[in-house]
Design a protein around this ligand. Structure first.
Ligand code: GTP
Ligand code: MG
Length: 200
């Protein structure tokens, strides 16, 4: 099988912060990853960058608690790994605090160029994902949806899930729906193509 030449940019963790005032310099366009707690945001960042432990991934939900900035390429843009929503096992006040970081960031970042909303292909859009999409539309954020963990389904199940997701996702304003697996890296080139296409 012919493989297309594709080179993954260099990446480096820059810093974690709780609000935009602490965001790194220089200012660069930002591409943010959002989704339910434990859906696979950090794993997806690692897969995209082909770097195993760059973003901290964990079987325990609630691992990512801050805004984590990664510089991509020499000065191309930042990836921002955000706290997941809907993790019931932390206190209400902590959940509210994370939701607060997240919403302030989505509302206020002047450099946020694209949001990648990650959903579990097996589950599709949850109520909280719908709320997130509403917020993205309200703040006029460009976004695309990645349906991850496709390795957990048979070809037939996955095709059914993706067919059921595509219409709603696009009609809610997403630029694209991209199937993905952080385990096999399926979808990696396609997602990079979309990131490059929609980032500005
Ligand atoms: P929080 O930061 O806690 O919100 O979680 P997260 O969304 O960053 O999820 P994380 O990347 O930590 O992954 C959660 C779990 O799902 C880990 O056990 C991962 O190994 C697993 N996982 C993530 N992506 C995939 C995938 O594509 N396929 C499979 N099979 N497992 C995955
Ligand atoms: Mg995480």
């Amino acid at each position: 099988m012919a493989t297309r030449a594709f080179s993954i940019p260099v990446a480096e963790f820059v810093k974690s912060c709780t609000d935009l005032a602490q965001a790194p310099r220089p200012v660069l366009p930002e591409i943010a990853f959002v989704g339910r707690s434990n859906v696979g945001k950090s794993s997806l960042i690692n897969s995209l960058l082909n770097r195993k432990g760059l973003a901290l991934a964990s079987a325990t939900p609630g691992k990512t608690r801050l805004l984590n900035f990664f510089r991509i390429g020499e000065r191309m843009f930042y990836f921002v790994d955000l706290p997941g929503y809907g993790y019931a096992k932390v206190s209400r006040s902590l959940q509210d605090e994370w939701a607060g970081f997240l919403e302030d960031y989505l509302a206020d970042s002047e450099n946020l160029a694209l949001v990648i909303l990650i959903v579990d292909v097996r589950r599709g859009l949850t109520e909280l994902d719908h709320q997130m999409i509403q917020a993205l539309n309200m703040y006029r954020r460009r976004f695309l949806v990645t349906a991850t963990k496709v390795d957990k389904l048979t070809r037939k199940e996955r095709d059914q899930q993706l067919a059921a997701l595509r219409g709603p996702v696009l009609s809610l304003g997403a630029e694209a729906l991209v199937p993905y697996s952080s385990m096999t890296h399926e979808g990696r080139e396609d997602l990079w193509d979309k990131i490059m296409q929609f980032k500005s």
